[in-house]
Design a protein around this ligand. Sequence first.
Ligand code: TYD
Ligand code: MG
Length: 454
Amino acid sequence: MAKNKTAYVCNECGQDFPRWQGQCSACHEWNSITEVRLGAATTGRSDRFSGYAGAAASEIKTLDQIDLNELPRIGSSFTEFDRVLGGGIVPGSAILIGGHPGAGKSTLLLQTLCQLAETMPALYVTGEESLQQVAMRAHRLGLPTAKLKMLSETSVETICEIALREQPKLVVVDSIQVMHISDVQSSPGSVAQVRESASFLTRFAKQHGIAVIMVGHVTKDGSLAGPKVLEHCIDCSVMFEGDSDSRYRTLRSHKNRFGAINELGVFAMTERGLKEVANPSAIFLSRGDEASSGSLVMVVWEGTRPLLVELQVLVDNSALSNPRRVAVGMDANRLAMLLAVMHRHGGLQMADQDVFVNVVGGVKVSETSADLTLLLAMVSSFRGDILARDLVAFGEVGLSGEIRPVPNGQERLVEAAKHGFRRAIVPRANVPKRPPEGMEIIGVSKLSEALAAL
Ligand code: TYD
Ligand code: MG
């Protein structure tokens, strides 16, 4: 019998250490390190079920000897979900779906699995809700319920044993925070349990070619419990975002070994479950008829496609000695930078003004192409000028007031034209030789030109 190993794991970041220390040297948190007894190196899980024993004897191959045809992807029955995953679920991959409680993760996976189970064996493991609760939801949503296999279980070893017997193509584990593994002594939900459970399930997925989707709840600050911990062992990490009081949910990939990241899928939560939104630009653009100052549409690039999103800015006299700068859906540092550029190179002083920025529809924009839109919207609100409703703008603004080009300019313009926009202010280098029909393109290379174009 081999000796049990002991590790010291930080509960905040998941880093492990050979001995206890007061402060984690990775995340600098105090008193976060706890002792974790790992399973015995040779006994325990490896021979708990025989499937592991001789599985996948190691063998060296050169890259060209590896069979590429082994990976036909499993369609999830949602095209938006498939796109975020880079074209479907890869057999034997480990996928993590993160999100706030109530975001709709369980609903999305239940809908997916009920449809999938019609054509291939699938297993839904629920550790949070009772089987009856899940069944009631499936009935209410009118899903096909005859084929999906359900299991209420929280022990990872038991789940793997049953999965091995049932041989599903896809297993959903809802959620990883309630799972536990007998070799780890700490309580379910702790970083050590989550980490060991997730890596056990990932190894299981790889060795048996069974795709595993794990649900993970995010903590208050938006990170997954033991964030880094999980990210390195799984293949794809997608986040399901959106407030539970808003109708729209976005699915975004943060890590993907089989496709592009930052791909965005949009869903609407209805009384009949989740519906995918095929034309997301249309919903983020649903504006009233009244034109107002400070509102302008930007064209951001999300993964492999353009997305039109409305940006609203309110600039108002401040009663505070430290005026407020609030950015919802955008980086506040970027806002501060643009205010400085505008002061220095555009001669517009907003030091005594409150500035509020909001990206409509709860979308989060991190792309620099939103710079020019934000800047023009701020100027519009500051001056009280009403912007034409058929105007869009995009472009990156540099610190010396230059307007820099952004990738995929042509596709962005085509998307804007498709939604009825007739004028665009874009970086000069993004002006296409043949503009989309019926569209006037104004190319600018300096801040002063952009302000003049308004
Ligand atoms: P759920 O999938 O349980 O969230 P998670 O697993 O991410 O915690 O979704 C719960 C929310 O979705 C809940 O607030 C109610 C809402 N909802 C609907 O609006 N319509 C529906 O048909 C369903 C099933 C849920
Ligand atoms: Mg749930």
